[in-house]
Design a protein around this ligand. Structure first.
Ligand SMILES: [Zn+2]
Length: 472
């Protein structure tokens, strides 16, 4: 679409959002849900198809009916235009181009939060976050994040000053893009992605989308000197894709046939990207394949060099390119800022200053401009406040689930080292994917791992892997 089409596109989006809202809040739907809820046979067993579907339908119906339609259409219209101005602002590293639209999005988000409402002791951010991760509250997130932040900061300081520094050769090697694409595709095939029900294409930002369990679409991006990102991005999106392909087909297009939550979705992508793709066993398998695929460009690199390069820890500006350890600190900055923006304690105009101050404090870096700072993510331009912590929850869930897989599946590493990833995929299919949203995320976590979510498995994983790499 040419830039001139932005205003009209915004009106179209607003019209569609209004129609969807009107249909979704039709009182007849509310009556039908109530009628079903009154039928003891349908709701007696909370994990039955009918009860789980009703639970999810009730949640979305109640939420939708709390919003007046003029707010729904205004939000849709503003989002389209704001996203356009955000793109321009980011290109020019000029926050002022985006500021008025950010202000508008903040105001709309706060009005939205007021419509949803929040309980005593809760706050506006909670009302919005509920839409992304059921039951997620700022106070709980803070209780997990604060100790996690302290230990991660200590770990990162230790690593960066460690006596050994990993080989970074793979991060700089220049490889033909067509060969990179073929390699990433082979890895995704080995992960068990079903190409008869999915495909992969190129885009500016990698994502996983699609229309149903039999049509799952991935995208990825490539630079000739960006192999590490391309492999990580491809495995990440394919992890999302395996979850989508593993949904219970008989429940397709009903609530049960969808993901349990964004946090659980992200756990699937992070698990393949980090727990598989950055493991020693994976590189035992991948190294000879790299040499075969890229020849002399990589033949001087050992298996160890490649494994080390995938595990480089380096405080940086950009979240999506951050390593496994520093990534969570990027999320914490956004979470803290969202809370004060939603509480009215921080004005949009002061965002760049507060952003940069926290990056210095948490990551020790001086943000040189707002394109590398508070303009880097698309979320706030689309009016999404309360989303970011689901990324960190994904890392925590991934670590806890992976520990469970390790204890259930003997010799996981020797399977990976042979390029056999089916034991992991089968475990995930059975314990996570097949349930769709039959159970809420927190229940699914307890069912799959026997425990409520905790930060310990992620810290064990990071400390256990990275300390030896850095000789600390
Ligand atoms: Zn993801």
């Amino acid at each position: 679409m040419p830039p001139g089409g932005v205003e009209h596109r915004a009106r179209q989006m607003s019209q569609i959002a209004g129609l969807v809202h009107q249909w979704a809040t039709d009182p007849r739907i509310g009556d039908l849900i109530s009628e079903c809820e009154a039928d003891a046979d349908l709701v007696a067993d909370p994990s039955s198809d009918s009860a789980a579907n009703l639970r999810e339908l009730r949640k979305s119906y109640d939420r939708a009916t709390k919003l007046p339609s003029d707010l729904v259409t205004e939000r849709a219209q503003t989002r389209s235009i704001a996203t356009h101005h955000w793109q321009e602002a980011r290109q020019n590293a000029d926050f002022d181009l985006f500021r008025p639209w950010l202000e508008k999005n903040i105001e709309l988000a706060r009005r939205t939060a007021e419509c949803y409402g929040w309980a005593d002791g809760e706050e506006p951010w909670d009302a919005l976050a509920e839409g992304f991760e059921s039951g997620m509250r700022a106070a709980n997130v803070e209780a997990v994040f604060t100790p996690l932040r302290d230990r991660l900061q200590a770990l990162i300081t230790e690593l960066v000053g460690g006596p050994k520094q990993p080989s970074t050769a793979l991060n700089h090697v220049v490889l033909p893009i067509d060969a990179q694409k073929a390699f990433v595709r082979d890895v995704i095939t080995a992960m068990g992605f079903d190409w008869s029900r999915g495909r992969i294409d190129d885009s500016t930002h990698p994502f996983c989308g699609g229309t149903c369990v039999d049509d799952v679409r991935l995208t990825n991006r490539y630079r000739d000197d960006g192999f590490v990102d391309a492999l990580g991005g491809g495995m990440h999106e394919a992890g999302h894709g395996l979850y989508e392909q593993g949904m219970p087909a008989e429940h397709d297009l009903t609530p049960i046939g969808t993901a349990a939550s964004l946090g659980i979705h992200e756990s699937q992508s992070r698990m393949w990207e980090n727990f598989v793709g950055r493991s020693e066993a994976f590189w035992h398998w991948a190294h000879p394949r790299m040499v075969q695929a890229f020849g002399s460009a990589v033949s001087g690199l050992s298996e160890r060099d490649m494994y080390e390069a995938m595990n480089l820890v380096e405080p940086s500006f950009i979240r999506v390119e951050a390593d496994e350890a520093t990534y969570n600190l990027h999320i914490m900055v956004r979470f803290e800022l969202e809370r004060v923006l939603m509480n009215g304690e921080l004005a949009a105009a002061d965002l760049p200053h507060e952003w940069n101050r926290r990056y210095k404090e948490y990551l020790g870096v001086d943000v040189p401009n707002d394109a590398l700072g508070c303009l880097q993510d698309i979320h706030w331009s689309g009016g999404s406040f309360g989303y970011f912590p689901t990324y960190c929850l994904g890392n925590l869930y991934a670590a806890q689930i992976f520990e469970q897989v390790r204890s259930d599946v003997p010799d996981l590493d020797s399977s990976f080292a042979k390029g056999d990833f089916s034991p992991l995929k089968s475990w995930l299919n059975e314990h996570i994917h097949a349930h769709g949203s039959r159970y809420e995320a927190s229940d699914l976590c307890v069912r799959a791992t026997g425990k409520p979510l905790s930060a310990e498995p992620l810290l064990r994983h990071l400390e256990g892997k990275l300390r030896p790499l850095y000789g600390v």
